[in-house]
Design a protein around this ligand. Structure first.
Ligand SMILES: [Zn+2]
Length: 89
């Protein structure tokens, strides 16, 4: 059985797929972003690289992932405790 683990990872690395590791800094992100990262890493259990089949599979898991991905791309360097005091969009 697979397990989900929250871990301290490099700040630009939001997850890793071997056992589905999720960067704990994502607790500061909207729930949809955390769901996107979990779906992204889950999709890597089937497709190791970001080949077209990977994105097709991810779309089937999380159809609205593009907005969450864009949010994470925009805010990835901000995710810290201080971020809670900033206005979020
Ligand atoms: Zn990936």
């Amino acid at each position: 059985m697979s397990k989900l683990t929250l871990a301290e990872l490099e700040r630009h690395l939001w997850g890793a797929a071997d056992n589905i590791l999720i960067n704990w800094h994502l607790i500061f992100a909207p729930k949809k972003v955390l769901e996107y990262v979990v779906a992204h890493e889950f999709a890597h259990l089937r497709h190791r690289s970001h080949e077209p089949e990977f994105w097709n599979f991810l779309t089937s898991l999380a159809p609205g992932y593009a907005a969450a991905k864009a949010w994470l791309d925009r805010h990835q360097s901000d995710l810290s405790a201080e971020f809670l005091e900033c206005d979020r969009d």
